[in-house]
Structures are given as C-alpha cells and as structure tokens.
Design a protein around this ligand. Structure first.
Ligand SMILES: *Cc1c(COP(=O)(O)O)cnc(C)c1O
Length: 377
C-alpha cells in the first residue's frame, strides 16, 4: 500500500521571519495592543489606500463595530448576501437590526446593484457587500444604489487582502471595509481583523469602542508613569488585537504581493487544466478585477460524470481535502426563520460548488493530483 500525503484546502504561509518578529515582541515586554498594532495599522491603511485602519481581534468584531459607527438602529434593515460565511448575516443582529438576504450573481457569487435594489425596504440603512472568496464585488455599481438613498455601504472584504478592482485595491470605494486575518485567509495573524474607512469620526469612535469606550488608550496610559485619569465615554467592547499578532501581520504584509502572485499562477493552472472538462466551471476574475483567489472554487453541473458530493468523496479518497462551497445563511437554524426574497442562484451555487486546495506552498504536482481526480472519466 502506498501512503498518500494529505492535501489540505489551505495552509498558512508562516516562517522564520514571523517567529523572529514574535520573539522581538516578547522580549520588548509589551505584548498587548501597542506600537506593533499602530505600525500594522499604518501599513495596512497604505496598502488599501484608505485614511484610517483600526485593528481589532477578528473581522466579526470589525463587522460589529461597522454597524455601531454607521449608527444602524434596532429595527433597521441591513441587506446582506445569504451566500457568505455566517458572520456577515450575524452582524446586523448584534445591533438589533434585521439581515435582509439579497441573491448573488451566478458567475461571481457576489451581490450586485440589481440583487440589492430588489430587496431594499424603507427601513434599509446599510448594505454589507461581500467580496466572496476574494473576488471583487461591483462596488461602484452598488454605491450608485446606496449613496442617493443615504444607505451606508460596508464592504466585507474579509477574504480580499491583495485583490484589486480597476487599478485600485479593494475596499477603497465603500464607506467602511472590514478584513480578516484568520488562517483561512491569505494574510494571517492567527486571529485578527481590521476596519478601514476614510471617515475620521467613524475611525476615532471605532478606536475607542474596541477598548471599552475608554477616553485614553492603554498604550497611551503606559507611556507615562503617572497615567492620566481615563473616562468611559460609552459602552464599548474588548476587541483589541495584540502586538504579538500585529508583529506577524507586519511580516505577512511584506509577503502579500508574492502570495497573491503565487495564488494567481496556481489558479491559472487550475483554469487551464479544467477548461475542457464537461460540467466544470472555474471561478475567474470579474471584469476589471484581479482576484487574490483566496478561495478557488468550481461549479459542478449536470455535465460532469459525478455529482458534487460524489466528487468530494473521490477527492477525499485520494487524500485531498476539498470543501463544499460557500454556505447559505438562510438555510441554517440561526437564520432559517427569516422571510426572504428569491435566492435561486444562492441555493444553486451553495449546492453545486466545491472549494479546491490552493495555498502558497502547493506544488504543480499537488495541483495535478487534484486535477487528475476531477478529469478522471
Ligand atoms: C472569514 C470571514 C468572516 C469572519 O472573519 P473572522 O476574522 O473569522 O471573524 C466574515 N466574513 C467573510 C465573508 C469571511 O469570509
């Protein structure tokens, strides 16, 4: 019997530099939110070409803060895709608002101006548009729906670090963008998130809210022996990132361009190798966009000899860990009771898509192991 090595769907790209950066932080004696977090924020803001970046403990916390600073109220409606990780649909509920599900484009898997417009109500005060799997959503088109109506546009760019739309980084055109540094994403800090916005008042409030609503940050207090008296301005949260995480993030930022390039090469190899397989469609760049291919998915349709479930099973037998495509929140108990519009495309994509292994260290041999199972007739 030959042992097959297991191929994971994703693997973080961490090494000696990250280890050294963490060791430096430990030696510095200041491991909670401090100078590394500030530096990571400055560098991240530059990367996404946005005035303010506020680091937080994860992207779910950033989504929550986005709802709070945008002043989404109890009873408001917030349009979200059902076709997304559940955190997107959960965010409005944290402030007592109702997630209203919009369907997605059958090619990109993203909400569009049209699918959003279809579900607007007089109570809609915000839209959360997701760049699903790193594929940039049509933010300009969605903005044109939101802006005249005074609706806040939040971009859930959790998967999107390093993706571009036109000649700009993703996230710049929304009122607020949120990012994730979970190991399932390209750039990781173990857990971690970021909120970016050009609105100074929103950034200032998010910075206070992540630290219990304190008037003076813990880092500022640490700088003086006689710490200034702090005040708690409003009810806040503990959503801080640590300097240990930020130190890893700073190193990862330096690798991001290289990581995106590598993923795009591997994605191109999948696209070429699977182009002529009946019943298989690969995810691709949208018009004018360059994806980081955080998730490389295929849609398996009737033309393939196997169903999606059978193909998953065959891949697993070959030691290849693929994943069912993106979930549909409206089908899960946490959100199943909600009224919703037609979600035909969402339901089809969630039932027919498969996420294939794609990670920085993956070799072409690894990739062709996956391709061979899918092409086998
Ligand atoms: C991963 C993900 C999140 C949650 O990010 P965390 O950092 O794990 O909280 C939110 N939205 C989308 C679209 C995601 O893919």
């Amino acid at each position: 019997m030959t042992a097959v090595t297991r191929l994971n769907v994703m693997q973080p790209n961490l090494g000696e530099e990250e280890i050294a950066a963490v060791a430096d932080v430990i030696e510095s004696g200041w491991i909670a939110q401090g100078p590394r977090v500030a530096e990571f924020e400055t560098r991240f803001a530059a990367l996404v070409d946005t005035r303010n970046a506020v680091a937080v403990s994860n992207c779910t916390a950033a989504l929550h803060l986005a709802m709070v600073v945008a002043r989404v109220q109890p009873g408001d409606d917030v349009v979200v895709p059902s076709f997304s990780f559940v955190a997107t649909a959960n965010a409005p509920t944290y402030v007592g608002a109702r997630p209203v599900f919009a369907d997605v484009d059958p090619v990109t898997g993203n909400v569009t101006a049209e699918t959003i417009e279809n579900v607007l109500t007089p109570k809609t005060t915000a839209v959360i548009a997701v760049d699903q799997g790193g594929i940039p959503a049509d933010i300009a088109g969605i903005r044109a729906v939101c802006e005249p109506r005074g609706i806040t546009l939040v971009e859930d760019a959790a998967c999107g670090a390093g993706s571009r739309l036109g000649n700009r980084p993703m996230g710049v055109s929304a009122d607020i963008a949120v990012w994730s540094f979970h190991p399932r994403k390209l750039l990781t800090t173990g857990e971690g998130g970021m909120l970016t916005t050009n609105r100074q008042d929103w950034a200032d409030r998010a910075r206070k809210l992540r630290e219990h609503g304190m008037s003076v940050s813990a880092a500022q207090r640490h700088q003086s022996v006689l710490a200034p008296a702090e005040q708690y301005l409003e009810v806040g949260f503990n959503y801080r990132m640590t300097d240990l995480q930020a130190a890893v993030g700073i190193v990862q930022l330096g690798r991001l361009a290289e990581m995106v390039t590598r993923r795009r090469v591997l994605a191109g190899m999948y696209q070429d190798a699977l182009a002529d397989v009946p019943g298989v469609r690969c995810v691709a760049d949208p018009a004018g966009g360059r994806s980081n291919f955080q998730s490389f998915w295929i849609e398996v349709s009737a033309g393939h000899r196997n169903s999606r479930e059978e193909l998953l099973g065959e891949l697993a037998s070959a030691g290849i860990s693929a994943r069912r495509g993106i979930m549909a929140a409206h089908r899960h108990p946490a959100h199943a009771g909600r009224d919703h519009a037609d979600l035909t495309v969402t339901e089809r994509l969630t039932d027919s898509t498969l996420i294939l292994p794609l990670f920085h260290q993956m070799t072409s041999d690894d990739l062709f192991r996956v391709v061979d199972v899918i092409r086998r007739s």
